[in-house]
Design a protein around this ligand. Structure first.
Ligand code: ZN
Length: 159
């Protein structure tokens, strides 16, 4: 496929997730929660996570917030990929996403949908938009219990 067509395809997938997110809202119950903010673009996000404690797996991730198409689409794609993952797997995927944003590597077939964000790596100012949801997820999962609602992670220092 020509590079231009490929770019258009990626943009379409991103816009589709932005306009028709599947994972917008709040989980019930809320087992983990965190807020994230990307000052350079103005994206804000609040993630809620439902855990299956017995199985040690993520049952559902949902997001609320306002932001650009890349930030919101990234949150929706991430939430989709997290269903049924262990916390360790989720942390590994967070790392893999950061690596992909450096232009190195991509996700295997099982999670190839996340690779639509690969194109963002070419636009350094938008990388923080794409990684915001992953930073926020990591912060939520690193907590042993439910965090107070006023805590939030800013990805400004990770520039
Ligand atoms: Zn943004």
């Amino acid at each position: 496929m020509a590079l231009d067509n490929l770019r258009t395809l990626y943009q379409q997938v991103i816009l589709e997730h932005y306009k028709k997110p599947k994972h917008r809202g709040k989980t019930d119950p809320v087992d983990r929660r965190h807020r994230g903010h990307n000052p350079s673009c103005g994206d804000t996000i609040e993630l809620t996570v439902q855990l299956d404690a017995a199985a040690g797996r993520i049952e559902s991730v949902k997001f609320e917030g306002e932001g650009c198409a890349i930030a919101m689409a990234s949150a929706d794609l991430m939430a989709d990929a997290m269903i049924g993952k262990t916390i360790a797997e989720a942390m590994d995927m967070t790392q893999a996403f950061q690596t992909m944003m450096k232009g190195e590597g991509e996700f295997p077939r099982e999670h190839r949908k996340l690779n639509v964000m690969q194109g963002v790596a070419q636009f350094p100012v938008r990388i923080k938009c794409a990684t915001l949801t992953w930073h926020t997820l990591k912060a939520a999962l690193e907590q042993p219990t439910l965090a107070p609602i006023d805590e939030f992670v800013s990805n400004e220092e990770t520039a």
